[in-house]
Design a protein around this ligand. Structure first.
Ligand code: AGP
Length: 601
């Protein structure tokens, strides 16, 4: 959570920082700020809310000529989204920005307050800058190191100070940060997007690393304090992929893109009518007898859906865990289990920590991830990239679709290896996969219908998305999409469970979105929906089969393969959430209280 940027060089610093923060705004947009030191001059601007507010405040400010600068966009963890709590935090003569959580900040703060230091903000971050200044005698780097020694928790942090006005101090532990190099210019950022187009070479910092940048040179130290020689990588990425292209919101564009990115996801992975992942080498799957998948949010939903496929088709035991629960349940892990993490960003703190735990327990690990070089990818023994392209909408869409495709393909790959699928059934699966891009094409007629339908679903006391089997995780995902961007209460529920309690809520103001595929337990779900209809719930049925009890009905086209039905219904639930949110006047891409990448616990 939170995004940080830094720049050392002669270019116009304000612009570099603000452009960079705009790229990171998806990580949090409660407030933003920048600080620049040029010679003896300290400049600091902060604004509540989105980057545009900060831009307006800095309109008349210019900062070219050599200097050091840092910036931050915040997702509030400690303290409300106020200007005082916005980063960079100022001591007497130094500024700091930080992404992560300083777990022992309360005891540090008390210690500093006992020394007579007063705090302006309620944040954990402010302790860093005061501690630095307390530690400073005559050597800024020594003071920075002494400060890091006292910090517990996760951080990616940048510090600039008048005592070393040509230097940026940096440290990373548990939160992402990379350094970009271009001539004498040095850039810092939480992810590569702010650096693309500015620097061609980058270095992704590892946990425990810290150092400083001065005169275009970066001195890097490992967690044991030894200076480290490091290899820079070439930064290859195409930022043009992240423009809105005439769509109202990134989320809308990303829903429409699903059809094409799905072809990228499959490219080179279906060879001679077999599924093939070149990433699965070096005996990763040797001796594996079960799977455990850990993920959060939307990624958890694809994991849950895939567990039906792994057990049903690959005949391998598959347990799914919410990463934040897994971390503290003291799980019993066995080394014949393949530990899979699923993550769009590859930076989700809970998922990353779960992966580290599994590795410590000796498990082999595979990540299914959208961002190459992310922390989760770098921590895993092997990774399969989902190739969804940059996803900007906070509400995940194409990442969900491509994760689901990779997991489906991996289930079939395992079935091939384990001889649990006939040639005939393998062909059916592959044909369905190849047909998926078509099933994901958004038709105008459908979008218009959902636009009109959205009008009817703006009030009421809640939504239930219901489904069975793989359509249960899809129901969870449909409800999550709606909650995230419309702020209406929605729940995903297994259709057969409604009668065990939630049906008590049924009345005409309870909106039920019923996922009624033809290929998976149609008769069972039909009875469940009939039970709700008998209690006067308002039903929006989504099915290839006409359903006369529905108040509203969307007829789907696919009725011959569960996954094609799954993807077709997925698009419908995404568009429904989008249209409801737009009608409510919400900012679809930056819903309140959320951030794209949750890098705090
Ligand atoms: C999805 O719409 C959400 N924004 C959120 O649930 C997300 O899926 C979750 O935070 C996990 O993120 P990750 O896939 O990047 O690990």
């Amino acid at each position: 959570m939170c995004g940080i940027v830094g720049y050392l060089g002669k270019k116009e610093k304000k612009e570099i920082l603000i452009e960079g923060l705009r790229e990171l705004e998806y990580r949090g947009y409660d407030s933003a700020g920048i600080a620049i030191i040029k010679g003896k001059k300290l400049n600091n601007f902060k604004a509540i809310g989105k980057i545009i507010n900060l831009e307006e405040k800095t309109n008349d400010f210019h900062s070219d000529g050599f200097g050091v600068s840092i910036g931050h966009t915040r997702w509030a963890t400690h303290g409300k989204p106020t200007e005082l709590n916005a980063h960079p935090h100022l001591g007497k003569y130094s500024f700091v920005v930080h992404n992560g959580i300083i777990e022992n900040y309360q005891s540090l703060k008390t210690e500093l307050q006992d020394d007579g230091i007063s705090f302006l903000s309620q944040t954990d971050t402010e302790t860093i800058v005061h501690l630095f200044e307390k530690n400073y005698k005559d050597d800024s780097f020594q003071a920075f190191k002494d400060t890091l020694d006292r910090l517990e928790g996760a951080y990616a942090t940048l510090l600039i100070t008048e005592t070393a006005p040509d230097t940026i101090f940096f440290a990373k532990n548990g939160s992402p940060m990379l350094i970009g190099f271009e001539g004498d210019d040095v850039y810092f950022a939480s992810s590569d997007t702010p650096i693309i187009g500015k620097a061609e070479e980058v270095y992704y910092l590892e946990d425990g690393e810290y150092g400083y940048a001065k005169d275009g040179i970066v001195k890097l130290f490992n967690k044991d304090g030894e200076e480290k020689r490091f290899l820079k990588e070439i930064l290859v990425s195409d930022k043009a992929l992240a423009q809105k292209d005439g769509y109202r919101f990134f989320m809308e564009k990303e829903i429409y893109e699903q059809s094409t990115v799905m072809s990228d996801t499959m490219m080179g992975r279906i060879v001679d009518n077999n599924i093939y992942f070149e990433e699965l080498n070096d005996g990763l799957l040797d001796g594996i007898n079960s799977i455990k998948i850990c993920a959060c949010g939307t990624s958890y939903h694809t994991a849950l859906a895939s567990s039906y496929l792994f057990e049903r088709i690959s005949k391998i035991r598959c347990d799914i865990e919410i990463a934040s629960e897994f971390r503290y349940k003291e799980p019993l892990l066995s080394s014949d289990t393949l530990f899979i993490t699923v993550s769009q960003s590859g930076e989700t703190a809970d998922t990353l920590e779960a992966l580290k735990m599994a590795k410590r327990a000796g498990l082999k690990s595979l990540s299914i991830c959208n961002v190459d070089n992310s922390s989760i990818v770098r921590e895993s023994d092997a990774s399969i990239l989902t190739r969804a392209g940059i996803e900007k909408g906070v509400a995940s869409t194409k990442a969900f679709a491509t994760q689901m495709m990779v997991l489906w393909m991996f289930a079939i790959e395992l079935a091939q290896r384990r001889n649990t699928i006939t040639k005939e059934n393998l062909q059916i699966e592959i044909d369905a996969m190849l047909h998926t891009p078509k099933a994901l094409i958004v038709k105008d007629k459908l979008h218009n219908k959902l636009n009109r339908l959205a009008k009817r679903y703006l009030h009421g006391h809640g939504f239930f998305f219901i489904g069975r089997d793989i359509f249960y995780p899809l129901a969870l995902e449909g409800a999550l999409k709606l909650k995230e961007i419309s702020y209406l209460h929605a729940e995903g529920y297994p259709a057969g469970e409604m009668k065990h309690g939630p049906i008590a809520l049924a009345d005409s103001e309870l909106f039920t979105i019923a996922l009624m595929p033809k290929t998976v337990h149609y008769d069972k779900i039909k009875s469940n929906v009939e039970e709700l209809s008998a209690r006067d719930a308002t039903i929006l049925a989504i099915s290839p089969e006409p359903f006369e009890l529905a108040d509203d009905f969307i007829q789907t086209q696919y009725d011959n393969h569960p996954m094609l039905e799954f993807f077709e219904m997925m698009v419908i639930t995404q568009l429904l959430a989008l249209e409801i949110s737009i009608r409510l006047g919400n900012d679809v891409d930056m819903p309140r209280n959320l951030a794209k990448s949750v890098t705090v616990e």
